[in-house]
Ligand binder design. Structure first.
Ligand SMILES: NC(=O)c1ccc[n+]([C@@H]2O[C@H](COP(=O)([O-])OP(=O)(O)OC[C@H]3O[C@@H](n4cnc5c(N)ncnc54)[C@H](OP(=O)(O)O)[C@@H]3O)[C@@H](O)[C@H]2O)c1
Length: 241
């Protein structure tokens, strides 16, 4: 049995990932704020990951109800995220920054810890895929919040791998993966903003160079099915054909 917990599955990349995982035979829990349609093919829970607890109780309860001995592949995909606020450093509001860092960094850290604890004695291969961004590795003016939170996510992944290196039991590995530039609500929001490099994003859309969510998800699922997950801990799906 293969299982996956995915955050942010009501739209964009997360929805396409959940759809692809179901097609690949995974049992999937999706965690997002919006209500889940009755005919949704995965198990969905409505939860705001910026609220206290950061959704940890939801995933721990779901994992506890699974037949852990028959799970051979346990996956946590930390996908929910936001680019907002985009703006000059001196214009960013403290409460916006707190919400941003909570969703992009604090919640993924807390969910990873909860996932590793809840599955500690499972025989499964345990993998954590943090959806990062090219912006974490390239400083962009007016994107200081996003660059900082995604760089923090990259650093967290490296620290988790350092902590689990060399274990012979209870093994786990993590990758922070940049997913390409994808035609989602997040990209539409970016194109609508005013910042020095916005024309790059408007041009990608105008020239039809954005990946669809299904295309990006397909490449990420192919990445997950390759051997050697975790050998490159900060990776970019665009490095692979
Ligand atoms: N799109 C790109 O080009 C691109 C590029 C690089 C990296 N990324 C990364 O890829 C990931 C997905 O991006 P996307 O473009 O698919 O974004 P999106 O279209 O805005 O979708 C975001 C998802 O996260 C959920 N979400 C947002 N706030 C939440 C909260 N407080 N609690 C729980 N769920 C929440 C949303 O659902 P609800 O509104 O229902 O909560 C939605 O399902 C993000 O981490 C992003 O940084 C995207």
């Amino acid at each position: 049995m293969k299982i996956a917990v995915v955050t942010g599955t009501t739209a964009g990349l997360g929805m396409a990932l959940a759809r692809g995982l179901i097609a690949a035979g995974y049992r999937v829990l999706g965690v997002s704020r919006s209500a889940v349609p009755a005919d949704c093919p995965w198990e969905g829970v409505s939860c705001d990951l910026t609220e206290p607890g950061f959704g940890t109780a939801v995933i721990v309860d779901w994992l506890a109800a699974l037949p852990s001995d028959s799970v051979e592949d346990a996956l946590l995909i930390l996908n929910a995220g936001t680019a907002d606020p985009i703006g000059a450093v001196e214009a960013l509001l403290p409460e916006e920054l707190q919400r941003h860092v909570t969703l992009n960094l604090t919640a993924p850290m807390a969910l990873t810890g909860a996932f590793l604890k809840a599955t500690a004695d499972w025989p499964a291969e345990r993998r954590i895929l943090a959806i990062s961004s090219g912006a974490s590795r390239r400083a962009t003016p007016y994107w200081s919040a996003y660059t900082a939170s995604k760089s923090g996510l990259d650093g967290f992944v490296r620290a988790v791998n350092a902590e689990y290196a060399g274990r012979t039991s209870g093994r786990a590995s993590a990758v922070a993966l940049a997913p390409g530039v994808i035609d989602t609500a997040m990209q539409a929001g970016i194109r609508a903003k005013d910042f020095p490099t916005v024309d790059r994003y408007r041009g990608l859309k105008e020239r039809g160079e954005l990946w669809t969510p299904d295309e990006a998800a397909g490449r990420i699922l192919a990445y997950l099915s390759k051997p050697g997950f975790g050998s490159v801990e900060l990776d970019d799906v665009r490095n692979y054909a």
